[in-house]
Write a protein of this length. Structure first.
Length: 116
């Protein structure tokens, strides 16, 4: 029996300023900004499914995601793109293959939105 489960427990994102990152991510995914900062360097975004942990302790320019390590789901890629454009998010691509687009967070982490 394998002791490693085929589950993802959480996703860590390196951020330089925890409060600023918390506010930005909560705004993007529509969450309140009232969660507790843990150990002075962690903030858990309570997602449906796998949570995201913003971590200022692991931040360095070398740790920033240069390619998306995961994607945010959407049911409507065109509405999601328009929403991110309205939020003045740094969009890196147009909608590709009518299915996905990439963008950057304020620290330069490359992320993706993909239609499920």
């Amino acid at each position: 029996m394998n002791p490693i489960l085929n589950q993802v427990g959480t996703i860590f994102i390196p951020v330089s300023n925890l409060e600023k990152a918390r506010d930005w991510y909560c705004d993007i995914v529509g969450l309140p900004k009232d969660g507790e900062i843990l150990f002075e360097h962690l903030y858990v975004l309570p997602m449906d499914g796998t949570n995201i942990v913003l971590d200022s302790k692991i931040f360095s320019k070398d740790a920033v995601y240069k390619v998306p390590a995961f994607h945010f789901n959407t049911n409507n890629i065109k509405e999601a793109y328009t929403y991110m454009k309205m939020k003045n998010v740094d969009l890196l691509t147009d909608i590709e293959s009518n299915h996905w687009f990439n963008f950057k967070d304020p620290d330069g982490n490359i992320l993706m939105v993909c239609q499920c």
